[in-house]
Each structure stands twice: as structure tokens, then as C-alpha cells.
Design a binder for this molecule. Structure first.
Ligand code: TRP
Ligand code: ZN
Length: 508
């Protein structure tokens, strides 16, 4: 019998990294029980206000009202766990990141061009950005003043930007990228460089600010263009589809387009002595290209489970509906004791490749492409919508490959273990330990409890309806519950109250 998927990716990661949980900072400790920020900024200014503000900028466009209107304030989007993540007052449509990185010097030089729309009149606005020297900063091609404090970059355009108007911020910067402490995890997130010189980005939840100026909260999803220049013959890969390769003397620029909206925490680039390995059989099974980004020693001795990704895509499509993006694959990197579901390119530490659990971690990260990447939690307090769903996907794969008895065994065994552990329920994750075992396993069991309550037909229709309705956007726990009640045709909030918020784990 194969090993059973009860690994908790991050608990395992923290142990492997020799980390212990950091003390909560006063900042995060105080916000544990804080309700969502209700001090919304002023409603969008009137047409009169907009017309009295003249700007000298080139072609401003009025854009439709954003879903972000009225949410948060200048320095944060009012997340229930991390109120200062992201920034209110505007909505990013597209980031263009032009990055030049040289592993020999460790210097990253970037130009971030951010196309956004103001949701209120903006005298100033903020981005999240840590480190680097800012070489040049303009808004609509006019130089803008700026100041920096912690992760907040505050920009003062030369003219206020009227509510509803599009604007473009361009920030040129240089420096040595480094990982940053996370409030949610016991290891550092963002741009990491291994001792062999491979660099890669793993940002969930708060690390994107370590490599580009970002509205770093999942509520503000945007499309991305990455133009990454590295010395030849190194490889650089980012999220999305490779659309151009430009070779110059000694350097190669690759352009990647991510056309579907992506949260900043899933943006990534991987740079190193790596091979792109196409998987034609897997691509045929999946109906989208599958390519993996592998160190040469892995590429020449492919782990068998890697060849199952195409079948995994086909299976998960049969459960959830179409795979949401244009391609898929994993990147394998050294010295990284975890795996992360970056959109179209999940990142795996090389330790997983030889693990008997590799197959289940592959399913887990793939399932996140639907749950997390396509449907993104509107609030970090809803993290079980990612991890509980991805864990349940592992169990569905087990049921698919080994039969219903295997599913009964894993769910009953997991419930027994959790009953003995002192964990918070999945709907109340601690801010300093967001990826605790409960959001994975107790979260996964919450879905199983729903399935037992409403039956297979209603359960799987609920999953597909939820994906179809919220795919491409963000969702909250209430949204999922509402879909389940709609499909079941009766209230099921008792199930969720008990499973997501109860102090002790219910019986299955
Ligand atoms: N979402 C990851 C998973 O699949 C866990 C995770 C969260 C993570 N933040 C991370 C992994 C940062 C690596 C780095 O379970
Ligand atoms: Zn996960």
C-alpha cells in the first residue's frame, strides 16, 4: 500500500528548517480578534469634484467602479488578520515587471510599471515595498515625491488623481533582493537565493513586497507581464506563458504573460541552471501544456510521480471543471523545505522529489490552481478555502486511485488525530501561525462533513458551482456556504458553524 497523505506541508517545513514559531508581535497579537476595518474612506468623489481637478497628464481614462471602492485605507485593505497588507484607494489592473538579475553580483534592477485606477480621489497613495534604492518614480510620466516607512511606500503624484481615473505609476529600483520575515510563518518569504545560486520567489502571504512594489493583498488581483533578463545560459521562468525570448550579447531576456488575474502572493520567478522539460503525454492527458522546470540531475532521472500530473489535471477537471490557466508545471529548487502553488508554476523543494508523498503534494499544489489561484480568498482569515480544499483534493485522489475504503480510513484517522491535538478550528487561524495543521486537515474534514451531510451529488455540484461563480475573482467563507445552501436547497450553516468555529472537532 502506498503511503497516506497526512503530511502537513508547513508544519513539516518548519521542523525541517529548525524553526520554532515566532512570538506574536504586538501588532498581530492585537488584531487577532479585531473585526474587519469599518472605517472606509470617503465615498467616491462626485463628478463635480472630478471636473474641478485638472491634470496635465496624457490621456487619463475613466474606468468602471472597482470592487475595491470603499475598502480599507491608504495603508491597508482591512484584512481581518493583517489589516496593513495592501493599500486602499486604487485598483491595479496590470503590472509590468522588467527585471535584470545577475547571480554573480546578486543585484536586481527593476522597472515596475503599474496600471491602476483610483477608487477615490488620491492626493497620495501607497504601495508595499521593502528594501532597494528607488532610482526614479513617476506617475503618468510626471516625477512624483515619495517617502518610505517600513513596508509602506507613499507616493504623492504631482496632481491629485480624480476618483475613477486610470493612472500609471513607474518605479525604477535597484538593490540586492533578500527574503523578509513573514507575520504568518516561521520562515522567511519572498525572494530567496540558495547556496548554489538558484534564486526563486515564494511569497505567500506577505512576501511580494520583497521584489517589486505591490498592492500586496489578495483582494487586488491583476494581470502581469514579466520581462526577465539574466546572463546566458541561465534560465529564468515566471508565471504565465513565454511569449518572447530576446538574446543579446551575454544576456537573454524572456517575456512571460499572465493574462488571468493573479494575486501578488502567487507571483514568482525562478532563475538558475535549470532545464525546461516538456511532458507531451501529460499535456495530452491534461489538454494544456505541462512543462516542469528542473535541475539537470532531476531532469535526467525523472521521478515517476511527475509523469502523473497530466492524469491529475484530467481527474481534478472531472471534479471541479476546466483547469483555469493556459499551462502548468512545477519548478524544483534546492534548500526549500516546502511547496507553494504559484500560478501556473508551483515551486517544490528538491526534498519532495524523492519523498513517498510526492504524488500527494503534486495533487495538493495542482488543486490550489483552482482553490487559491483561480478563486482567491478575499481575506487571509479565509485561508481554509485554500488549504482545506487542497487537502481534500489529496483525499479525492486517494479515493480515485484506491477506492472509497481508503477515503473512509484517511478521514476517520485524521479526525482521531485532530481530536487529540490542541489546535484552533480552521475558521479561526492564528495570525502568527496561519498555515497551521488545522486549516489543512480540519479544513479538509469540514468539506468531508459537508459531503456526508448533503450527499455526493449536491456536494460535487456545490464545488463546480462555486468554481464557476467565483473563478477569476475572490471569495469568502460565506460565499461558499451560500452556494452549498443553494445547491442543497436547505440551510447547512450548522455544519460550518460546528466544523469551522467550534472549539472541539465534531464527529464525522
Ligand atoms: N500554500 C502552501 C501549501 O501548499 C504553504 C505555504 C504558505 C508556503 N506560505 C508559503 C510554502 C511560503 C512555501 C513558502 O501548503
Ligand atoms: Zn496548500
Amino acid at each position: 500500500m502506498r503511503p497516506r497523505p497526512f503530511v502537513v506541508l508547513l508544519a513539516a517545513a518548519a521542523v525541517a528548517a529548525g524553526c520554532s514559531s515566532a512570538d506574536p508581535s504586538p501588532e498581530t497579537a492585537d488584531t487577532t480578534a479585531a473585526p474587519m476595518t469599518t472605517t472606509a474612506p470617503a465615498a467616491p468623489t462626485t463628478a463635480a469634484a472630478a471636473t474641478t481637478t485638472t491634470t496635465t497628464t496624457t490621456s487619463t481614462t475613466t474606468v468602471p467602479p472597482s470592487a475595491l471602492t470603499g475598502i480599507g485605507d491608504q495603508a491597508g485593505l482591512g484584512d481581518s488578520l493583517y489589516p496593513d497588507l495592501g493599500n486602499g484607494g486604487y485598483d491595479v489592473a496590470h503590472y509590468t515587471l522588467e527585471l535584470t538579475f545577475d547571480p554573480a553580483t546578486d543585484v536586481l534592477t527593476g522597472i515596475a510599471t503599474i496600471d491602476a485606477a483610483a477608487t477615490i480621489e488620491l492626493d497620495v497613495f501607497n504601495l508595499d515595498f521593502i528594501g532597494f534604492e528607488i532610482l526614479d518614480l513617476t506617475v503618468d510620466e510626471q516625477p512624483a515625491d515619495f517617502s518610505r516607512a517600513g513596508r509602506e511606500l507613499t507616493i504623492e503624484p504631482s496632481m491629485p488623481i480624480p476618483a475613477g481615473e486610470a493612472f500609471t505609476a513607474r518605479i525604477e529600483y535597484t538593490g540586492t533582493p533578500a527574503p523578509i520575515p513573514s507575520r504568518a510563518l516561521s520562515f522567511q518569504v519572498g525572494w530567496r537565493t540558495a547556496t548554489d545560486g538558484t534564486s526563486y520567489v515564494v511569497s505567500e502571504p506577505d512576501g511580494a513586497a520583497s521584489w517589486f512594489p505591490a498592492n500586496d493583498h489578495p483582494l487586488d488581483k491583476a494581470t502581469f507581464t514579466f520581462r526577465v533578463t539574466v546572463p546566458t545560459p541561465l534560465l529564468a521562468v515566471a508565471n504565465g506563458v513565454l511569449t518572447d525570448t530576446i538574446t543579446d550579447i551575454g544576456a537573454t531576456t524572456r517575456v512571460y504573460e499572465m493574462d488571468q488575474p493573479m494575486p501578488t502572493y502567487l507571483t514568482t520567478v525562478v532563475i538558475g541552471d535549470l532545464d525546461v522539460v516538456d511532458d507531451p503525454a501529460g499535456s495530452a492527458a491534461a489538454g494544456v501544456p505541462i512543462r516542469n522546470v528542473l535541475p539537470p540531475v532531476v531532469a535526467t532521472d525523472l521521478p515517476p510521480a511527475l509523469g502523473e500530473q497530466g492524469d491529475m489535471v484530467a481527474f481534478l477537471e472531472s471534479v471541479y471543471g476546466p483547469y483555469p490557466f493556459d499551462l502548468y508545471g512545477i519548478a524544483v529548487v534546492p534548500e526549500f523545505p516546502a511547496a507553494l502553488e504559484n500560478s501556473t508554476l508551483s515551486i517544490f523543494g528538491d526534498g519532495f522529489v524523492s519523498s513517498p508523498l510526492f504524488e500527494f503534494v503534486l495533487v495538493h499544489e495542482l488543486a490550489h490552481q483552482w482553490f487559491g489561484d483561480h478563486i482567491t480568498p478575499a481575506d487571509w482569515g479565509d485561508i481554509w478555502l485554500n488549504e482545506g480544499f487542497a487537502t481534500y483534493a489529496e483525499w479525492l485522489w486517494l479515493e480515485h486511485t484506491e477506492g472509497p475504503a481508503a477515503l473512509d480510513q484517511i478521514t476517520a484517522g485524521t479526525r482521531e488525530q485532530l481530536a487529540l491535538a490542541a489546535l484552533p478550528p480552521p475558521g479561526i487561524p492564528p495570525p502568527d501561525d496561519l498555515f497551521n495543521a488545522s486549516v489543512y486537515r480540519w479544513g479538509g474534514l469540514t468539506l468531508h462533513a459537508l459531503r456526508l451531510e448533503i450527499g455526493d451529488d449536491a456536494f460535487f455540484t456545490t464545488l463546480r458551482t462555486y468554481v464557476a461563480r467565483y473563478g477569476g475573482s475572490t471569495a469568502r467563507t460565506e460565499d461558499f456556504i451560500a452556494v452549498a445552501e443553494e445547491i442543497a436547497g436547505r440551510p447547512v450553516d450548522d455544519v460550518f458553524d460546528a466544523w469551522l468555529y467550534g472549539e472541539t472537532i465534531p464527529e464525522l
